[in-house]
Design a binder for this molecule. Structure first.
Ligand SMILES: [Zn+2]
Ligand SMILES: [Zn+2]
Ligand SMILES: [Zn+2]
Length: 345
């Protein structure tokens, strides 16, 4: 039987493995899941998952091995997820068979016919539909939408804490609840200060800036093709964060000079990106936000709709997806009053 071997690695390269797949099983179907478990465990707008054929499992490349992974299982989910214990990259999970994150297969990014983006799963889980409301066609192929017959309430029943629509602060919390904090709106003092230059929108100074990000490092630290960030002044976060940003179950990973990435050591959710060159601002992973209006948190954010960050990385990795996301965001933003462009300081 003819097979093809695919190679995967997280950002820190502690986790490296191959999967060997019968060629007749290609393309592997990829679904984007908008459910709250996926958002709150990844920190991304959704998970990107591809079920492996029955019996196919990751084969770790020494010195990597299963002992480099942390497992996480929530009672409401049948699956056990696994992430890199060092950098937090979500590599996939097991629910009888393996489901893997196609975003970490850098070596096979350009191979035609390996992956097929097939469906948006559980968009009803997000009140605004999340990315399912942004695009539905990739490379001319229309994605299916599958809610599995579940109501939004049934899906949300898995949340450890339901969002509070009356709250004056925005709750950010990973799935296990080990990392939890709130975000206030930009204060008048902040808006009036020089520090706010480039970090608030003239369109609406009561909201924070937000963008989609296609950067390679973010992809390999989340295990998802895209992450969304909200740029928040650190003094608007409660409780006050220590210099290393580590609260609760958070772990840190320095991915490059001056860059600190923070994830939950228990459930693996990406939480923060911080750069020493702009110490007062922290990028908050929007997948852990508990905004009642939905995954795009529009009551709290002004989106740069016209272009994602690091588009050249996204186009190199997966042109079809990056084009669908970019064009989808342009249309979505125009319909909903978000600016097409601004500089992020
Ligand atoms: Zn899900
Ligand atoms: Zn890693
Ligand atoms: Zn957690």
């Amino acid at each position: 039987m003819a097979t093809k071997t695919l190679m995967a690695s997280c950002l820190c390269k502690t986790v490296q493995f191959t999967v060997t797949v019968p060629t007749e099983c290609f393309p592997l179907k990829v679904h984007l899941c908008q459910c709250s478990i996926c958002r709150y465990t990844h920190g991304s707008p959704c998970s990107f998952h591809a079920p492996l054929p029955s019996g196919v499992e990751p084969q770790f490349i020494a010195p990597s091995g299963p002992n480099k992974l942390t497992s996480y299982r929530h009672p409401a989910s049948k699956a056990t997820g696994y992430f890199c214990s060092t950098c937090g990259c979500q590599i996939g999970g097991v629910d009888g068979q393996w489901v893997i994150s196609p975003a970490i297969f850098d070596a096979n990014r350009e191979d035609e016919g390996i992956w097929k983006f097939n469906a948006h799963m559980l968009p009803n889980s997000a009140a605004d539909g999340g990315l399912a409301a942004v695009f539905s066609v990739i490379d001319g192929h229309r994605m299916e939408t599958e809610n599995l017959g579940l109501s939004p309430q049934a899906i949300a029943g898995s949340d450890s804490q339901p969002p509070d629509a009356e709250s004056k602060e925005l709750l950010a919390q990973c799935h296990c609840g080990g990392v939890s904090f709130t975000i206030a709106r930009p204060s008048q003092k902040f808006v009036a200060s020089p520090l706010s230059k480039g970090w608030t929108s003239p369109l609406d100074k009561t909201k924070w800036l937000a963008t989609m990000d296609l950067c390679d490092d973010c992809r390999l630290v989340t295990g998802t093709h895209v992450i969304s960030w909200m740029f928040v002044s650190l003094d608007h976060i409660t409780p006050h964060l220590p210099n290393d940003l580590l609260i609760g179950s958070a772990k840190g990973y320095r991915s490059s000079k001056g860059v600190l990435r923070v994830f939950c050591g228990t459930c693996g959710a990406t939480v923060f990106y911080h750069y020493d060159g702009r110490p007062e601002i922290v990028d908050v992973a929007m997948g852990i936000l508990r905004a009642p209006e939905g995954a795009m948190a529009e009551n709290w954010s002004v989106w740069r709709a016209g272009r994602p960050s690091w588009p050249e990385n996204g186009m190199r990795y997966h042109a079809g997806f990056s084009r669908a996301l970019t064009e989808g965001m342009q249309r979505w933003g125009a319909e909903r009053g978000h600016p097409q462009d601004f500089e992020i300081a």
